[in-house]
Write a protein that binds this ligand. Structure first.
Ligand code: PLP
Length: 465
């Protein structure tokens, strides 16, 4: 058997969410052998009730028929342009028509003139994260990323692939990352010889922290990013999965400072995750080797052209269909798409928060939880030191109660755990986005899931037998 000697390669640890899904079948069996129903408060997936693609496929076909008619081909054998383009090699920028309509609709929503030459298609937000890391890591010199503690597991997973990259994390309060520590971490990383390209965050519906940053905190962080000369990479999957009244919604960073921000849009939550549609948008410039000033988007484009080379044009044209109404006019706002999804998430969130309040609200010294204004998650905290939300706690939650929840400790970067070895070990991430049922059965399941969780919390803390 051939064996490649690769002494510098390191095996990456498996994330807790992967570990959890791998152990779920076994835990499910144990729970079911005891006659327990499985309650989903773990998965961070869009709900099946709002991701049935059949209506979309019908609309997409009608949109494509419309394009064919507009093209006015007389020869019935002639290949329509949308079809030729969808199955061809194309530009790394993807189809122009998709970028045009996206720029129009998204730009109007956030009151920003989107320049389609700076709009780079990505393979979901995950592809955008990868692109930015790959760009920063290209010179091969030590690189430090600033991010929140806790932070998105997909980001830490990507960073861990680069052995000369390190995370410097910033603790959060209920308004967002702490400004003083934010600056201190940038300076500490630089002092230790690291290049600090950006701060990665999820300011709206933070995954996993379960809240949105306040407007004042965004401004404070933005000022520091400006003063220190680093970019803000804003991962925005939950921008429209928003529960706050429109007057109370803080602004995304890219609407405040497109020249300081790299905005990652994804179609995964507002549309469908499978087609892997996303866009990176930035008006930032970079001063690179030889003191040249270039657009970040241009650097990202060359990075993308050596990475995935050609976008999936069919997926992008499908997304374009989603941005058109039944009369094939561009929709006026993406909030219209969001509204089709929000009904389910609003209801689920309301059930989660009202049952928590009803059952545990009288024990504020024992339990607390976040009230998310956006996103899929609430973070639940056990305030008594007797509870440790480690792997064995999580396993027993499934085996004894059938409740699946995600422990928070794995979302804390290594330096945050060094500051506080117990970081996240009294917290769980409860998600209200997913269940296997629809309609009234979904509401019943959600209520049952959170009620069972509350009973478990009461029993485990000795408040109930
Ligand atoms: C913060 C965050 N970023 C990125 C992603 C992945 O997005 P995509 O499906 O666009 O790759 C998720 C999905 O759960 C997420 O929560």
């Amino acid at each position: 058997m051939a064996n490649l000697k690769a002494p510098d390669l390191v095996l990456q640890p498996v994330s807790v969410t992967r570990k959890m899904s791998a152990s779920l079948p076994r835990l499910r069996e144990i729970a079911q052998s005891k006659g327990l129903k499985i309650h989903h408060l773990g998965a961070g997936y869009p709900h099946p009730e709002v991701t049935d693609p059949r209506g979309f496929i019908e609309h997409q076909n009608a949109y494509f028929d419309h394009l064919q008619q507009v093209e006015g081909l007389n020869d019935p054998e002639a290949l329509p342009e949308y079809l030729r383009e969808s199955f061809s090699y194309g530009d790394t920028l993807g189809p122009r028509t998709t970028r045009e309509v996206f720029a129009q609709v998204y730009g109007a929503d956030w009151d920003i003139d989107i320049d389609i030459r700076k709009l780079i298609p990505t393979v979901g937000a995950t592809g955008g994260i990868n692109l930015m890391c790959s760009l920063a890591e290209r010179p091969g010199t030590p690189v430090a990323y600033i991010t929140d503690a806790p932070t998105y597991a997909g980001f830490t997973a990507r960073v861990s692939l680069c052995q000369h990259a390190r995370i410097f994390s910033v603790d959060m309060d209920e308004e967002g990352a702490l400004p003083d520590q934010f600056r201190a971490q940038i300076l500490a990383a630089r002092e230790q010889g690291y290049f600090v390209p950006f701060y990665y965050t999820v300011p709206d519906g933070h995954n996993p922290a379960g809240f949105s940053f306040s407007q004042a905190r965004r401004e404070a962080l933005l000022n520091i990013a400006r003063e220190e000369g680093i970019l803000i990479v804003e991962d925005a999957p939950y921008l429209y999965i928003n529960f706050a009244p429109s007057s109370a919604r803080p602004k995304p960073f890219f609407a405040m400072a497109p020249e300081q921000t790299v905005h990652l849009f994804t179609g995964s939550k507002i549309g469908f995750p499978g087609p892997r549609v996303g866009f990176l948008y930035s008006q930032a410039t970079l001063t690179i080797a030889d003191g040249k000033t270039v657009d970040l988007a241009e650097m990202a484009l060359t990075e993308a052209s050596s990475d995935i080379l050609f976008q999936n044009p069919a997926a992008l044209r499908g997304f374009e269909a989603l941005l058109h109404d039944a009369q094939f006019e561009p929709i006026s706002s993406m909030w219209l798409l969001a509204e089709e999804k929000l009904g389910v998430y609003r209801e689920n969130r309301e059930i989660l928060l009202s049952v928590l309040e009803e059952k545990l609200g009288q024990y504020p010294e024992y339990f607390s939880w976040t009230r998310p204004d956006a996103g899929f998650f609430s973070v639940f905290t056990f305030r008594q030191s007797s509870i440790k939300t480690d792997d064995s706690f999580i396993e027993s939650l499934v085996a004894q109660y059938g409740v699946v929840a995600i422990p928070m400790y794995d979302f804390y970067p290594a330096d945050a755990k060094a500051r506080d070895p117990d970081a996240g070990l009294n917290q769980l991430r409860l998600s209200f986005c997913f269940s296997e049922s629809k309609g009234e059965a979904r509401r019943v399941d959600m209520r049952e899931a959170i009620t069972t969780f509350c009973d478990a919390a009461l029993q485990l803390t000795g408040l109930q037998n």
